[in-house]
Write a protein that binds this ligand. Sequence first.
Ligand code: FAQ
Length: 318
Amino acid sequence: MSNKEIKNLEEIFNQRIARDEKIEPKDWMPEKYRKTHIRQISQHAHSEIVGMLPEGNWITRAPSLRRKVALLAKVQDEGGHGLYLYSAAETLGISREEMYEQLHTGKAKYSSIFNYPAVTWADMGAIGWLVDGAAIINQVALTTTSFGPYARAMVRICKEESFHQRQGFEILLSLCKGSEEQKAMAQDSLNRWWWPSLMMFGPKDEESPNTEQSMKWKLKRKSNDELRQQFVNQTVPQAKILGISIPDPDLKWNEEKQSYDFGKIDWDEFWQVVKGHGPCNKERMTARVGAWNQGTWVRDAAVAYAEKQANKNLNKAV
Ligand code: FAQ
């Protein structure tokens, strides 16, 4: 294709983006658009799958049958979200094996938040309330993203995330209405999960290399800082209902901005975790790589079965 032809296609593509039309997998798209989407969607998928680990670890220790059923359903949903997202990324021409390989070799990132340990039952509450709460804020913005399969996956995912957030909040509400020890457990959990939850939105805008282009393509609809601020504004009143304190001495309502001011995020900690040096990075990767290796016989059996079925159908047809 000549440069002139590419320029024309690019022009048509940009006009479609400007008109808020969805871009579909077989439509022409700039190579950078395709690559950026593969990067973000696959990392999002990896986050869902690795994100099953901290909570999966508590299913056998849930304090009642009701809690166990809800947690089990939530963790299964996360697996489902990962699968929708891998499928959306596959429509852009990358195979699932390639994406897994990128995760297992450390080439692809996944959300920093899942490298923190879930050490008490209250952490199941904090993960639902804060981590799913942050995920919803980010993902509601993504329901109107320009790439059709990603936007449609997000609509369904957001509905399920909203149940996740409420089940987490309800766990903490029960603990906060309980004994002094239970309330202290809820507070301790908020203390440990608050700052890592703010980091989920990514680096501040001036240090976010991908935001400018992703906003132009309407992949991102709001910047990292805008979404982080929205999360703080939404979550502080919820902490008041619970009766526990956000661990930030600089948190203060700003009348002029009609928004909360909050303290400095430890960006050094964020980058350490992103680069693989968080409290649980090694444990998480060992679990994922182990699951992949232990699943070899299942994949082999599925392929052998599919081949057998295909041969049977072929013989019938002859
Ligand atoms: N952790 O230029 P930006 C969930 C990387 S799902 C690790 O700002 P971008 C559900 C970033 O990839 C949670 N790395 O990047 C659930 C980039 O590196 P790269 C996941 C991070 O893409 C709940 C570099 O830093 N959600 O929680 C993080 O424009 C409970 C520069 O950053 C999504 O993935 C981080 N926190 O903005 C499951 C949502 N932040 O790729 C289980 C979709 C940034 O150039 C239990 N993703 N980095 O090598 C997004 O909206 C965006 O990708 C951002 C980052 C906002 C995460």
